[in-house]
Ligand binder design. Structure first.
Ligand code: CA
Length: 182
């Protein structure tokens, strides 16, 4: 589960990254639309959190270009622009949902989960291995129906191993995956 955040406020970037990492998801955060565009070109993301008032360009243009290039990554717009017209403009440009600032972290996470659930691509599956089940959306790990109390980092490691489909993973690869989510 990897999220891209484009937001020019350093304080908000830090708060959002902290909230996302706390539940064991990965997030890459960028200050400018330019850096965000490069990241989108380089890596696959499950969801984009997009501020509209950015330093170098309007987030709406990033969104339009994304949709024009047929990239269907779910986009949750985060913005202080709260008027109905502006919300409609965001949704018309291809946003999947809209969250007005200031928002509570709990609402942000809930909106992300809701978007991922209705995403056409099954990117939040329930991973299974023997009696073990890992619900990627809720981060719940169960064994024969009993929930296991694992730390977020343990869940991330387990997810990586379960997604590897039984292949042996080199220590360096695991370390790389973990350094990416730092
Ligand atoms: Ca802004």
């Amino acid at each position: 589960m990897r999220i891209l955040l484009i937001e020019d406020s350093a304080r908000l970037r830090d708060l959002i990254c902290e909230a996302i990492r706390e539940i064991g998801w990965k997030i890459d955060a960028f200050e400018t639309a330019g850096d965000g565009r490069s990241a989108l070109a380089d890596a696959e993301y499950d969801l984009l959190l997009l501020d509209l008032g950015l330093l170098d360009e309007d987030g709406i243009d990033v969104l339009r270009d994304l949709r024009a290039s047929k990239i269907q990554t779910p986009v949750l717009v985060l913005t202080a622009r709260g008027s109905i017209d502006e919300r409609i403009a965001g949704l018309d440009a291809g946003a999947d949902d809209y969250l007005a600032k200031p928002f509570h972290n709990g609402e942000l996470i809930a909106r992300i989960r809701a978007l991922l659930r209705r995403s056409p691509v099954t990117i939040m599956p329930v991973l299974e291995f023997g009696a073990l089940q890992f619900d990627v959306a809720s981060r719940q790990v169960t064994c024969q129906g009993t929930e296991l109390g694992l730390a977020p980092s343990e869940k991330s490691l387990l997810e990586l191993l379960m997604r590897s489909g039984g292949r042996v993973l080199a220590k360096s690869k695991i370390e790389h995956a973990f350094s990416e989510c730092q």
